[in-house]
Design a protein around this ligand. Structure first.
Ligand SMILES: Cc1ncc(COP(=O)(O)OP(=O)(O)O)c(N)n1
Ligand SMILES: Cc1nc(C(=O)O)sc1CCOP(=O)(O)O
Ligand SMILES: [Mg+2]
Length: 210
């Protein structure tokens, strides 16, 4: 079963990204999604290579946002794909059965689609407004998660759901009570001045609730 906390990286340069990734790893995060949008392919490769080495050192899981070919090239642990990225089927053919493939969803219909496509987990969001991502899908709020998860239960759909989008420490308990498996956060960990305390507090709230 996958860890309950995924850190999604941020930073405009390779150096900023590596600083943030190192901070997350050094303070107890053991699942990193490298998300580098303002990239030239050489920079993305350099960053991915360095992130892979760091994750190996910290025994952390390393997945890459969007770029299946880069994940294949570097033998990363997997990828995260949105609804307009490469299809899960094509990614599975490229990466093989053992790699992690996460997929984005915003509605119950998306969850059905992602489940049929054999994703390993779903990033369901956004929970609330966030500046980390442009062009957000409609905000779900707690009620959105409750509704989608109760529809999943009614149809006996079992796939780990990660809440995402504007999540703060104060939201974790109520989100976990909706039946999600874990959370994916970016700004919260990137911006904190006390990453060790924050990640411990997040993990305490995540593990207690499952
Ligand atoms: C865990 C997780 N969930 C959702 C997303 C969003 O992916 P996507 O819709 O492809 O948007 P971008 O991140 O590519 O802007 C995610 N990255 N991770
Ligand atoms: C990358 C991403 N995807 C989202 C979605 O709703 O699909 S929200 C989001 C941003 C997550 O970062 P933060 O924790 O800083 O809000
Ligand atoms: Mg994407």
């Amino acid at each position: 079963m996958h860890n309950q906390l995924q850190y999604i990286s941020q930073g405009n340069t390779v150096e900023e990204q590596l600083y943030n990734i190192h901070k997350a790893l050094d303070n107890g995060c053991d699942w990193i999604q490298m998300r580098f949008k303002k990239n030239y392919s050489d920079d993305a490769f350099t960053l991915a290579e360095a992130t892979k080495m760091l994750c190996k050192e910290y025994l952390a899981t390393f997945i890459i946002n969007d770029n299946v070919h880069l994940a294949k090239q570097l033998d990363a642990d997997g990828v995260h794909l949105g609804l307009s990225d490469m299809s899960i089927e094509e990614a599975r053919l490229i990466l093989g059965k053992t790699k992690i493939i996460g997929g984005t969803a915003n509605t119950f219909e998306d969850v059905l689609q992602r489940t049929a496509e054999n994703c390993d987990y779903i990033g369901l969001g956004p929970f609330q407004f966030t500046t980390t991502k442009q062009n957000l899908s409609p905000i779900l709020g707690l009620e959105g998660y409750r509704s989608i998860i109760s529809q999943m239960k009614a149809k006996n759909i079992q796939i780990p759901i990660y809440a995402i989008g504007g999540i703060t420490l104060e939201n974790v308990e109520s989100l976990m009570k909706t039946g999600i498996h874990g959370i994916a956060v970016s700004g919260l960990i990137t911006q904190t001045e006390n990453a060790s305390q924050l990640i411990n507090q997040l993990n305490d709230k995540l593990y207690v609730t499952i």
